[in-house]
Design a protein around this ligand. Sequence first.
Ligand SMILES: [Zn+2]
Length: 153
Amino acid sequence: MGRRKKRTKRKLALPNLPMQRQLNLRDEGTHFDLRAIFDDLNQRHFRKRLRGYKVVWGRRRKHRPREQFVFGTIQEEDRMIRINPALDQPFVPLWFLRYVLYHEMLHSVVPDETLSKNRRRVHTEEFNRRERQFPDYRRARRWEDENLSRFLR
Ligand SMILES: [Zn+2]
């Protein structure tokens, strides 16, 4: 019994990810090519309005989060969209990843609303309206509800 335990431990200590997945700031993951998806969405839904953006997989975390899973972020200052690398897995449908990217891209064209001095609203009525226009919106939201637990601890 002791031996089996030891073996398990050693196995866990070995890096079990291919090299390219250990690197940050790559737009080409193992399963999805973010750049290609971004370019296609930009052309299809934004008339190529988004210029000079970098689209990268974010930093890989050691542990899955307990409560909140952030699918993606956009930083307007340096025009950087980061997608959570936990989405670079075979069970994630392409149309879901496209939805995640679309959502972040939409932030760059729909302005935030200032509610008060310290409060801003990023998911405005207009944002939500345009988000619903995404062809796979409904099934993407459903998939998110049904699969969120797989990204959490
Ligand atoms: Zn958002």
